[in-house]
Design a protein around this ligand. Sequence first.
Ligand SMILES: [Zn+2]
Ligand SMILES: [Zn+2]
Ligand SMILES: [Zn+2]
Length: 312
Amino acid sequence: MQAASFTLTKFVNKIQGPPSFFSYLHPRPHFPRFKVTFAPNSLILSFTHSLIVTFTFLGTGTSQGVPIIGCSCEVCVSTDPRDQRLRTSLLVSHEGRNVVIDAGPDFRQQMLRAGVKRLDAVVLTHEHNDHIIGLDDVRPFNFLQDRHMPLYGTTSVLAEVKQRFAYIFAKNPYPGAPMIDPVEISKETPFEVAEIPFTPIEVMHGGLPVLGFRIGDFAYITDMKTISDAEKSKLDGVRTLVLNALHLEWHHSHLNLEEALDFIETIKPEQAWLTHISHRMGLQKLRSKQLPNGVGLAWDGMVVGQDGLFIG
Ligand SMILES: [Zn+2]
Ligand SMILES: [Zn+2]
Ligand SMILES: [Zn+2]
């Protein structure tokens, strides 16, 4: 089912042929596939290929990032690069096109570090500063691409962004101000950006609604504490689940590690990656060893495919 929903069909050729029916689909979903259909008086060759999407973890840290300014705990002074976490953000890439989920305070550094030269859109999960405050730095993309940057968010998220960045949305913005085109989305309606299909999933962050997104067999949820059964059902059959897990203690608006593992157990993805991590989660090297099979702490710069498997 999911593989089918991820297949784009490109019509390649149509020639006359005998009246019979036959089709062939290559069984491996990540390889180019072709389909041959003999229909009455025609032979249709259609070339189908999987929508190959990669996901780069640009940041995996909670709102203060890791290390935290002034902190000398063992995580904050760790020399393991996996213990150094910029604010949570994900790059979704498909055939040279890129969509970023959230643009927090580290957005500029994340674009530079990942070598992003083209950005097709910014999609927001919610309006907290650690997810939006880097938006001013879309300017280089405005200049490079000579266009406004589409910004996807719910009505209330976009209203908040317009308040916080009033100068961008002023009647006569000053020359050189960021150019942003708001695009309203809602939990009810799937949408497509850069040929990548997004299904929004609403989760609750304490009292604040936040959108997670399902992209094929991959789902990305951050800043969740609870979820309704109806929204949870959108996760049925996902192979990869990215989920926030703050640290070990209880928190009013974030899942802690135990709650995140319990939730993963109810979804049963093949692979789960934890993100939005605090320094109080402990050292990556030690904590990773204590996690169940198929669950890992994500780290900055990690790249995975739709199956959640590590690419780089
Ligand atoms: Zn956050
Ligand atoms: Zn610390
Ligand atoms: Zn938040």
